[in-house]
Design a protein around this ligand. Structure first.
Ligand code: UD1
Length: 434
């Protein structure tokens, strides 16, 4: 299992490029299930979750070409001949967003069998709202042996009010509604840029969607969709992670190829902390040389402060003067990184959904364990300012969503390298030998 070895203390200087958004690419790939023609997606990030989605679609019989490098991070997906309509536990358990295939499969094929995602490191994360919505569109849903089975002849347009705002839930139902008969009105929708990006792709495929990016989305169902070519938006969480990294290390970094309009509250919070930021159409320049000041943040749905930046912001708070209160409103159990930050010297007290971080405390390098995708990013950031060497284990979490993170950070001055398994595994002792 790979590890990252990081020696702290170097400011990040230069230009770093942001990849395509994993969370926009995943629903876009699932949208290819809605048509029998080619869907060509550009700016696909080279991360493990995308490979998992490729395997998921390929297991159904889809043809998925993934080309990186000179191929411009392009994927061409063709779902003309789908041999089955199942998303197996093996794949769903490693990536909960696999449930995004439910809506499109049901809408085009009339059937979907998708494993229940089960518990995950950041709370229960149910999919009840996806299922209730699909039932409203006329699906019959049963649950057996850990799988959800959904059937429908043709989905029927309906009015669906989400009890709670859900990003992939909105995307799943949006995809299903494109091929439903008649009009669907989705209310209390997620307004994340990734939802708008999906709607833009679907409209290019011939869907009739209005209102994406607002709380109410209207979809006029069509009989079929056709192929399209689409460029995925930049990853706002990767961009935010680099911006925080520069702020923490007292660097001067140009974060290139992002969309600052997707980073609103994060940038405001960083300015409150004393970080100097300059934005233009597609870059953010970050400069930080003075002391950082404590600031409170509360995670909310877009356009609020993103939960996917909470862990990284907590690392920043450990280096800010004063007490920062961080409130996590979206997920339960999303403070696992705090345990590891404590081991590196942070002062953090957790009380339910609130964390109080008192700074500034020096951090010192340690052996730490990545527990989920964004938690691992927060540990990389901590390591960049820690005294001495930090070894981060279970790097596969970070590889799920960050493209070549060590290469990108190294190019702007970080002392970071990846190592494989250090020692040969001990031979397993069989039960009979005991
Ligand atoms: C998406 C993002 C993830 C991000 C999250 C919140 C993708 C692939 N992942 O995850 O990176 O952290 O949005 O911005 O885009 N809920 C229910 N029932 C449901 C669905 C959700 O109760 O059927 C709850 C969840 O438990 C959670 C909240 O709603 O408390 C928000 O979850 P949701 O927006 O659905 O997150 P994801 O779409 O899974």
């Amino acid at each position: 299992m790979d590890k990252l070895v990081i020696r702290g203390g170097s400011p990040l200087l230069g230009t770093i490029r942001v990849s395509g958004a994993k969370n926009a690419a995943l629903p876009a790939m699932a949208a290819a299930l809605l048509t029998d023609s080619d869907v060509i997606l550009e700016n696909i990030p080279q991360v493990r979750d995308i490979e998992t989605e490729r395997r998921l679609l390929a297991a159904m019989g889809a043809q998925v070409e993934l080309g990186y490098g000179r191929a411009q991070h392009r994927t061409t997906i063709n779902c003309r001949n789908l041999a089955n309509t199942e998303a197996s536990y093996e794949l769903v358990k490693t990536m909960r967003a696999s449930t995004l295939v439910l809506g499109p499969l049901l809408a085009r094929m009339g059937h979907a069998r998708v494993s229940l995602p089960g518990g995950c490191a950041i709370g229960a994360r149910p999919i009840d709202l996806h299922l209730k919505g699909l039932e409203k569109l006329g699906a019959t849903i049963t649950q057996e042996h850990g799988y959800i089975e959904a059937r429908a002849d043709r989905l029927q347009g309906a009015r669906i009010v989400f009890e709670k705002i859900t990003v992939t839930g909105t995307e799943d139902l949006l995809m299903a509604a494109t091929l439903a008969e008649g009009e669907t009105i989705l209310e209390n929708c997620a307004r994340e840029p990734e939802v708008s990006d999906l709607a833009a792709l679907l409209n290019k495929m011939g869907a009739r969607i209005e209102g994406a990016g607002t709380h109410m989305i209207r979809v006029q169902g069509v009989a079929q969709l056709h192929g399209a070519r689409h460029r995925i938006i930049p990853d706002r969480i990767e961009a935010g992670t680099f911006i925080v990294a520069a702020a923490l290390t007292g660097g001067d970094l140009m974060v290139q190829g992002c969309d600052p309009s997707h980073l609103g509250v994060l940038l405001e919070k960083l300015q409150e902390c004393g970080v100097t930021l300059h934005t233009n159409g597609e870059s953010v320049r970050v400069r930080s040389d003075g002391p950082l000041k404590a600031t409170d943040v509360t995670t909310e749905e877009f356009p609020g402060f993103p939960t996917d930046m909470q862990a990284q912001f907590m690392t920043l708070a450990t280096q800010a003067e004063g007490a920062s209160i961080i409130t996590e409103n979206i997920f339960e159990n999303r403070f696992m990184h705090a345990q590891e930050l404590l081991r590196m010297g942070a002062n953090i007290k957790i009380d339910g959904r609130r964390a109080v971080v008192r700074g500034k405390t020096p951090l010192s390098g340690a052996a730490v364990l990545a527990s989920d995708l964004r938690a691992s990013a927060s540990l990389v950031l901590a390591a960049l300012v820690a005294d001495g060497e930090t070894i981060i284990d279970r790097v596969y979490h970070i590889d799920r969503g960050y493209e070549r993170i060590e290469e990108k950070l190294k190019a702007v001055g970080a002392h970071i390298r990846r190592i494989g398994e250090l020692l040969p595994r001990r031979p397993a002792v069989s039960a009979t030998a005991l």
